[in-house]
Design a protein around this ligand. Structure first.
Ligand SMILES: [Zn+2]
Length: 93
């Protein structure tokens, strides 16, 4: 029996899983998502602590980057910070 159709078809209210939420996190932060998608990510963050933590960290980094450079932050710096966070995260787990 394969009854996956209903779950897939429930459309805009379909909950996203962690992988989807994190996959779209950067777009969400950049406000590049359509409103419906953004709502789903937001809904997921409300009940999923690991993803919310991820979101907090990312927003924190952005705020830091914004504050420390009056000009546009170089992509390189952003990548380096993200790599650093990945290392920190693997050390925590
Ligand atoms: Zn999650």
């Amino acid at each position: 029996m394969s009854v996956q159709d209903n779950a897939e078809a429930s459309g805009a209210t379909a909950p996203v899983d962690c992988e989807q939420a994190l996959g779209k996190l950067f777009e969400f932060l950049d406000s590049e998502l359509p409103e419906a998608d953004g709502d789903r990510i937001r809904a997921h963050l409300e009940y999923c602590e690991p993803c919310l933590a991820e979101y907090d960290v990312e927003e924190h980094v952005r705020a830091l980057v914004r504050r420390s450079c009056s000009e546009c932050a170089p992509v390189e710096l952003h990548v380096r910070i993200r790599e650093h966070l990945t290392v920190l995260r693997t050390q925590l787990t």
